[in-house]
Write a new protein. Sequence first.
Lengths: 468, 91
Amino acid sequence: MGTVWSLVIIGVAVLLMLGIKLLGSPKTARWGNRLAAIGMLVGLLALPDAGGDPVWQRDWNLNYLLIVSGIIVGLALGALGAYSVKMTAMPQMVALFNGLGGGAAALVGGLEFARAAAVPPSSAAAMLFATLIGALAFTGSVVAYLKLNGKLERPRLFRGQHIVNALLFIATLALGGWLTLHATGGGATALLLLLAALALLFGVALVLPIGGADMPVVISLLNSFTGLAVAADGLVIGNLAMLVAGTLVGSSGTLLTLLMCKAMNRPVGNVLFGAFGSGGSGPVAAGALAGKSVKSIQADEAALLLSYARQVVIVPGYGLAVAQAQHQVCELAEELGQRGVEVCFAIHPVAGRMPGHMNVLLAEANIPYDQLHEMEAVNPVMERVDVCLVIGANDVVNPAAREEPASPIYGMPIIEADRAKAVIVLKRSMAAGFAGIDNHLFYKDNTRMLFGDAKASLTALVSQVKAS
Amino acid sequence: MDTNLLFIFILAVIVGFEIISKVPSMLHTPLMSGTNAIHGIILFGGILTLADAASPVALTLGFVAVVFGAANVFGGFMVTDRMLQMFKKRK
C-alpha cells in the first residue's frame, strides 16, 4: 500500500465530509454535492488493487474490459434515470439508486466470501454482514420503489405476518452465525446462496406491510443500511475510503431517519412494525362533526379576500404537486406581491412524499427558497395572518393533532392554519387525506372551501386577482 | 481485527452524526439523495472484486456489481445536482 494512496484517502475522506456538511445549508448545498463527487472521482482514478498498485495501470485483459464497459453502462443508466425523472417522482428514484447500491454491496460481499479459501471469523462476519444487509436493502428498496409508484399501493398484511418475519429474521441470523464460524469448503457457498435468498425474502417481507406514507422513513433507513454494508465491504477489501464513506452514510442516515420520525411524531418501531390507520378512531371524529357542514366559496370572492389582505400564508401539500400547479401558485404569489400583499409559504417538514420534497418542487417552479418558511417560524405569528391558503394539504393542517387525543395523528406537530383570521382551502373533493381521517379545519367558522382541481382554481384566482 | 480500523469506524460514526444534526428539513430530500450517492463508493469494491474474478459466474456477478455501483454513484450525484440547481434566492 503506497503512501500516495494513503494521502489520497485522507483527501477523499475530507472532501466527502465537507461535502455532506455543505449539503446542510441551501446556499452551499450544490457545492457540497460537487465536492463529494470530486472526491469520489479522485478516489476512483487513484484506486489501488490488492497488491497496492493503481488499478488503471495493469495490463488490459477480459476483467478490465468488463470493468470499463460496466462503468460505461452504469453511467449511462444512472444519467438516464437522473435526467429523465420528474421531480414529483424523486423519492422513487432515490429508492431505486439505493437498491442498486445495496445489490452491489451484497454481490461484493458474497463474491469475496465465495472466493476466500480460509477466512478468519472476523472477516467472514464482515463479508456475510455485507451480503445480508445489502440483499435486504436491495429488495426492500425495490418494494419501496414499487409502492411509491402506486403499483403496490395498499399495505399488505396477512395473519401472523409478524411471526413469519420474526422467524425469517432468526433463521437468517442463525445461518449467518453458523457460516461465520464454519466458513470453509464448497458447502459454504451453497449455504451462502441460501443466506442471500433469505435476506432477499426478508427485505420484501419487511417493507411490504408498510404504508406509502411511511415509505420515506423506510428509504432513509435502507439508505443507512446500504452505507453500513458498504463499510463492511471496505473492511473486507481493505479499502479505507469505502469504510469511511459507508460509515458516514450509515450514521448520518440513521440520524436522518430519527429526525423524520420525530417530524411525523411516530416512533421508528411503530413505522416498521405497526400498520398505520388500523385504530378505530373514525367513528369518534364522525360523531364530533355530525351536523356540521362546510362552507364553500367561489374564485372571485376568494380573490377579493386575497388581494385586500395584508399578509397571506400559503400552505402547499402533495395535492399541489399532483395537480402540477406549482407554476400557477408561483404566479399567484407574484401577482399578490405586486399588489403589496406580504406572501410567504409555510412548509410542513413532511409535506410532499418525503421531508423536503415540497421545497424541491417549489424550487422547480422558481420560488426563491427564502420565501419558504418552516412550520416553527410561521406558527407563532399565525394570528396576524389575514388569509391562510391551503392547497392540496390535509393531515399537516388538521387541528385534530392538537385537540383529539383519540386521533391517530394526535401529537403530530402541524401548521396551525386554523388560527389565521381566514382560511381558504383548495381541494378536489371532501376525500380524507393520506392518514384517512376527517379534518376539523374544513368545518371551522373561518374556513371556506374552494372546490375543484388545484390548477384550474389557481388559474381562476390569478385572473380574478389581476382583474380586481 | 485491527484496532486502527475500529478507531476509524467510531470516528466516522461520530462525524456522520455531527454533520447532520442541524440540517433544516427543507434540505432532507437532497441530503438523502446526496448520501445515497456517496454509498455508491461500492463501485470501488465492485471494480476490485471484478479485477480478480476468475470463474464465469464471478465475472458475471462482478460485472453486475460494477454496473449497479456505477449507476448508484453517477446517477446519485447527477440527480442531487439537478435538484440543488433549482434552489435560488430571491432576485
